[in-house]
Design a protein around this ligand. Structure first.
Ligand SMILES: Cc1cc2nc3c(=O)[nH]c(=O)nc-3n(C[C@H](O)[C@H](O)[C@H](O)COP(=O)(O)O)c2cc1C
Length: 190
């Protein structure tokens, strides 16, 4: 199989996830290409068997380059088995209202782009104060203090469950399904 991994990342964690997923796909014996959404203009989706999109939430929205890629290529993407890895800190928690908000953002993204991913995985992201400017550090400290009282607010922290992520990718690669309604699965905090 020939697989395309398209990602957008503001602080680097979705890029790390994209690299890990790309490595896993290659190790499984498939041809794979990894492409930043910002450089994806003109890519021919028709030459791939499967496509994975990866992006993260910032202020309730995914990166513009990722939405543009999904919208520009929705028809071609809807013809094959494609997945969306939605990275956020909401997915690191268990608050029901937060999760309802996450589902709403996802459904708005699907409506806005016209892309109907075969599967969606909500992936817990990372808190990276080492990369934030003063304003973002202030905002994120308050969010993490409320969400994870045990966290050291001065230290970077990953919430991603890598094992669950890799199991999801293995299942995807093994599946023979073409397209279907999105099935949401959760990756919670380890
Ligand atoms: C300024 C800022 C805004 C964020 N907004 C949200 C948000 O609205 N919802 C959410 O669940 N996570 C939010 N996050 C958490 C990010 O989605 C998380 O840190 C993710 O790992 C970032 O991925 P990236 O490094 O690929 O950009 C925000 C993070 C920052 C720094």
């Amino acid at each position: 199989m020939k697989v395309l991994v398209v990602y957008a990342s503001t602080d680097g964690h979705s890029r790390k996830i994209a690299r890990s997923v790309t490595g896993q796909i290659a190790d499984s014996g498939h041809a794979v290409e990894m492409l930043p959404a910002v450089d994806s203009e003109g890519v021919d989706i028709g030459q791939y068997d499967r496509v994975a999109l990866i992006g993260s939430l910032h202020g309730g929205h995914y990166q513009r380059h990722l939405s543009d890629f999904a919208a520009d290529n929705s028809d071609a993407l809807n013809e094959l088995n494609s997945i969306f890895l939605s990275v956020s800190l909401t997915a690191a928690g268990h608050d029901a209202d937060d999760w309802t908000g996450l589902e709403k953002v996802l459904s708005e993204f699907i409506d806005a782009t016209g892309w109907k991913p075969t599967d969606v995985l909500q992936v817990a992201g990372a808190y990276v104060p080492s990369k934030y400017d003063i304003f973002r550090r202030f905002v994120m400290r308050r969010i993490i203090a409320a969400k994870d009282p045990d966290a050291n607010l001065d230290q970077d922290k990953e919430y991603t469950d890598w094992l669950a992520l890799h199991e999801f990718i293995d299942t995807w690669l093994a599946s023979t399904r073409l397209t279907s309604a999105p099935i949401k699965q959760l990756v919670a905090a380890p």
